[in-house]
Design a protein around this ligand. Structure first.
Ligand SMILES: *[C@@H]1O[C@H](CO)[C@@H](O)[C@H](O)[C@H]1NC(C)=O
Ligand SMILES: *[C@@H]1O[C@H](CO)[C@@H](O)[C@H](O)[C@H]1NC(C)=O
Ligand SMILES: *[C@@H]1O[C@H](CO)[C@@H](O)[C@H](O)[C@H]1NC(C)=O
Length: 424
């Protein structure tokens, strides 16, 4: 296998190094952001929950064990995937360090590291406080670190991150703030606990209100650029496809195999979120409020998995405990009797609920090299500098190269091997 691919892979490396340099200069070399500040859940957690875990029971969470992290970090980092997350690709592309988890950082010297990026996202976190869910009989099995708790950590850490109020406003204003994805777990935990979709739908305005309130608080503190992702199409998750297995054919979208009602639920959340973001834009015209359309970016590969290299389809988990979607809530990925596929990059789904690095990369590419941010992300950096560096014609050439790279990448994935194997 290695020999067969070595010459093409060195070509790929040169191609991507060149491409990355070009893209970096064309999109971000103007020093738009000096830091990334992130809030959210398992889609963005780079290690907080792992560092929060103190009791033996908490330590047994399956995503703290191999094969989590195997494809890029070669060890579990607390990220809920086989490799990098969207936030990692963003950090790489703006030449900042991978965003450091906030939890467990002690001492001034380590605090300094957080000045170039700090992540408050915690796997399992909800937008609404745990008390809201507890009052409805749903206990969060993983964390009580809701969005409000994460924002509290941020505010308390400010004196270590910046010297005084003007310096803090300056630092926050020069940061790219990632607000989410958050809210998905408010729905997941309730639905998995057995609440009806209609009941959980009543949470949507409250979840959006929690997100809006956090955004407003950050603007008050000086935020100038916030990226706010919507929810993924949850009807395409093995968790739900397994839970509702054997539903009426009419409940499935026949172009994807996803559950229609749950995807409509995600769309409902996303529509309401966008309406509220428009209201914030009206009030704060000087602030860049960017909506990241995770839903439609992901729907590309749910509609045409092969085109994106997912030759094993987009609905079956790479790592899990068997069953039609390789998901079983009593045998999770990394549990002793679970199995993991040989080629995670031929799967969109990693463990039933989270995506593979390959899928996160496609979402990242679609957002930052494609049309799935509104307004389009690269228009947030002064375009005039771009022209100074490269001239208009070479910029046009580079945008073509970017599209070419995506196609190249897909083609490469399609050609490579397909075996799903077991780890035993
Ligand atoms: C969340 O808070 C409740 C009440 O304080 C506590 O009983 C529970 O153990 C906490 N859950 C986690 C995962 O920390
Ligand atoms: C898929 O669904 C659409 C709309 O519900 C329907 O018109 C079409 O006939 C269906 N196609 C197949 C192959 O079932
Ligand atoms: C999950 O695994 C358990 C234990 O092996 C088994 O009894 C159960 O039928 C499985 N569930 C599904 C949905 O496959």
């Amino acid at each position: 296998m290695a020999n067969q691919f070595s010459s093409s892979s060195s070509y790929v490396t040169i191609f991507f190094v060149t491409l990355q340099l070009l893209c970096t200069y064309s999109l971000f070399a103007n020093g738009c952001y000096t830091s990334i500040i992130s809030f959210g859940d398992s889609l963005a957690d780079t290690g907080n929950l792992k560092r929060l875990a103190s009791t033996p029971e908490e330590h047994s969470l399956h995503f703290f064990y191999p094969p989590y992290g195997e494809s890029f970090f070669h060890m579990p980092t607390g990220r809920c995937s086989n490799g990098r997350l969207i936030i990692d690709f963003i950090a790489e592309s703006i030449r900042l360090p991978l965003v450091h988890p906030f939890v467990g950082v002690k001492g001034m010297r380590h605090m300094m590291e957080l000045r170039r990026g700090v992540n408050f996202a915690v796997a399992g976190a909800t937008a609404l406080d745990s008390a809201f869910h507890a009052a409805r009989g749903v206990n969060n099995p993983m964390t009580n670190s809701s969005l409000r708790v994460q924002l509290g950590w941020f505010k308390h850490s400010l004196p270590s991150l910046c010297a005084n109020v003007p310096a803090c406003r300056h630092m926050i204003g020069n940061s790219l703030i990632l607000m989410g994805e958050i809210g998905g777990n408010d729905y997941n935990h309730a639905l998995i606990a057995g609440k009806s979709i209609d009941e959980v739908k009543t949470y949507v305005p409250l979840v959006i209100e929690a997100i809006v309130s956090a955004v407003n608080e950050l603007i008050r503190l000086g935020a100038k650029t916030l990226l706010i992702p919507g929810n993924l199409p949850i009807g395409c998750s093995p968790v739900y496809l397994t839970k509702y297995y054997g539903s009426d054919m009419a409940d499935y979208d026949n172009s994807t195999g996803c559950l229609i009602q749950l995807n409509k639920f995600s769309e409902h959340h996303n529509e309401l979120l966008q309406t509220k973001l428009n209201e914030i834009r009206e009030i704060h015209r000087e602030v860049n409020i960017i909506y990241a359309d995770y839903y439609n970016a992901a729907m590309q590969f749910f509609r045409s998995p092969n085109k994106y290299g997912f030759t094993n389809g987009a609905l079956k988990a790479c790592c899990g405990g068997g069953g039609p979607f390789n998901y079983n809530s009593s045998i999770l990925c990394a549990d002793p009797s679970s199995t993991v596929c040989a080629r995670p990059d031929t799967y969109a789904n990693w463990d039933g609920l989270h995506l593979t690095e390959a899928a996160y990369r496609i979402i990242y590419m679609s957002l930052f090299r494609g049309p799935y941010t509104m307004p389009q992300f690269n228009s947030m950096c002064p375009i005039s500098m771009l022209h100074e560096i490269h001239g208009t014609s070479s910029s046009m050439w580079m945008s073509r190269l970017r599209v070419g790279a995506i196609e190249f990448f897909q083609e490469r994935n399609m050609k490579s091997g397909v075996n799903g194997g077991s780890r035993g």
